[in-house]
Design a binder for this molecule. Structure first.
Ligand code: 4AD
Ligand code: MG
Length: 467
């Protein structure tokens, strides 16, 4: 076969250099036709659309044609010609090499219309479907948007560790990291595990958040963000929780809570606008397939100011709703942690707009949040989104050493684990704020998918770590 430089389908479909020889490589989506001519739709992942290859049957041997089945991988040389069909061009094949066959009896993606549940069981092959090709291209684009947003604003991408000995959120939902022989654990007299001979010489875990290290960085570089995998061993089997998810965490010296809210709102809008500007083919497909109002909702978020509201006001609204007959599964009272049903009521039914809820009771928030003068609430903020609930959690940080240490003690965070964090308050402390955006929650919103397992390539959830 003559060696011609490969052109990606995305570029072929834009090309109008007709009657030139081209090479395309990709996987067969469909093959149809009759005994004289075959039409093969080839997809190479570079975009949603396939390119059509036209095969004049007399020019090819029967054996090759037989191997061209759905899922097979081909290299095709041919002439790029203008087409009468939906696309402006197609390829008249001159030479076809089957790079990899796919047995029609066992290749699982024969027909269209598999359920998302079935596709989760073949997560190694699902990127070959239109749906998951679209989702993972959007995922890439959102990662680029994130870096672009922060880079343009002079933030530095700071790499916080994945293995850590401190529990940032203090929620005790960490996966342990050990090289100890679990069949032969050495224990002290009192029955507690002795970590002296473990790899790190102490108990270590996978991080739940890069925030504490991000704060150290903000106290020197000024404006930073982390963007990496985080891990939570919370046993919540919901459409919005993963055991391994990606989080974006900006942290900014001298920012107060209002600046933090402005940053969060600008940031989300920038990412969504990026999707509208760069992913329209994929978004349109996802909208047609799964969520008719998707594009409209994306525009709505970009075009409207988020509502900003203290938690206490939010509780009043929920209590009024209950008084007017609204039923919730979980109780509402001042001091309660809001469940997703409450968050979604505020956003979807009451305000019909994204909401930033602030000034939460200190009991339901982490030790590091800045305490308000009322002694009851902290300067925390959650950004609540339609269909998602909480998409961002953040706060102004407590910069006062005394208050921070007391709160850590009250909440059972051992000082010996965070002495280095407390040092930032000892040496040149300053007001600062930050937040964490759940990357997959953003993707749920942008793609219109409804299960978080469908926006990450290989989801990790309770009892599930295949692939
Ligand atoms: O609200 P969270 O727990 O906040 C923090 O971890 C802070 N340290 C962030 C910071 O201030 N730098 O988590 C932040 C976000 C949530 O709003 C949610 O979007 C996402 O992370 N998130 C999850 N996403 C998927 N699966 C889970 N189990 C998640 N837990 C949190
Ligand atoms: Mg939170």
């Amino acid at each position: 076969m003559e060696k011609i430089v490969r052109t990606k389908v995305v570029d072929l479909l834009k090309s109008d250099v007709f009657d030139t020889s081209v090479n395309v490589k990709g996987w067969v989506r469909t093959k149809r036709g009759n005994k004289n001519v075959n039409f093969i739709a080839i997809n190479d992942g570079s975009c949603l659309a396939n390119v059509q290859v036209v095969v004049d049957v007399v020019n090819f041997d029967e054996d090759t044609l037989k191997k061209i089945t759905t899922g097979a991988c081909l290299s095709v040389n041919g002439k790029l010609v203008a087409s009468q069909g939906q696309q402006k061009c197609e390829i008249l094949a001159t030479d076809i090499k089957v790079l990899g066959e796919a047995d029609p009896n066992t290749y699982p993606l024969q027909k269209k219309g598999h359920t998302l549940e079935f596709l989760r069981e073949i997560a190694h092959l699902r990127p070959r479907t239109n749906t998951f090709g679209a989702i993972f291209r959007v995922r890439h684009n959102m990662a680029m948007a994130i870096h672009d947003f922060f880079h343009k604003r002079g933030f530095f991408y700071f790499h916080s560790p994945i293995i850590t000995a401190s529990d940032c959120e203090g929620a005790g939902q960490m996966f342990q990291v050990t090289t100890m022989n679990l069949y032969d654990l050495k224990k002290d007299e009192d029955g507690s595990i002795n970590y002296d001979n473990d790899f790190f010489g102490r108990q270590a875990s996978l991080t739940v958040s890069g925030q504490l290290e991000g704060e150290l960085a903000a106290m020197s570089l000024g404006s930073v963000y982390t963007f990496g995998p985080t891990f939570r061993a919370e046993n919540s089997n919901t459409p919005r929780h993963l055991a391994e998810f990606w989080m974006v965490e900006p942290e900014v010296a001298f920012n107060e809570i209002e600046d933090n809210m402005d940053l969060a709102e600008d940031f989300i809008k920038y990412c969504i606008q990026w999707a509208l500007d760069n992913c329209m083919e994929d978004l349109t497909f996802l909208s047609d397939m799964y969520d008719k109002d998707l594009i409209e909702r994306l525009h709505f978020v970009v075009d409207n100011n988020f509502i900003r509201l203290p938690y206490t006001e939010g509780i009043k609204i929920l209590e009024e709703a209950i008084a007017n007959g609204k039923k919730f599964e979980f109780p509402v009272y001042w001091g309660a942690d809001l469940a997703s049903e409450h968050e979604r009521y505020l956003v979807e039914d009451h305000f019909k707009c994204p909401v930033i809820l602030t000034d939460y009771p200190k009991e339901i928030k982490s030790f590091y949040m800045k305490q308000n003068e009322d002694g009851k609430t902290v300067r925390g903020m959650d950004v609540l989104f339609p269909k998602i609930g909480e998409i961002i959690g953040g706060s102004e940080r407590e910069e006062d050493l005394e208050k921070l240490t007391t709160r850590a003690r009250e909440m059972g965070v051992p000082e010996k684990d965070i002495w280095w964090y407390l040092d930032t308050r000892r040496f040149g402390t300053a007001p600062h704020s930050g937040f964490g955006l759940g990357f997959e929650r953003l993707l749920l919103f942008v793609t219109g998918m409804s299960n978080i397992r469908d926006v990450i390539p290989f989801p990790r959830t309770p009892k599930s770590a295949e692939f």
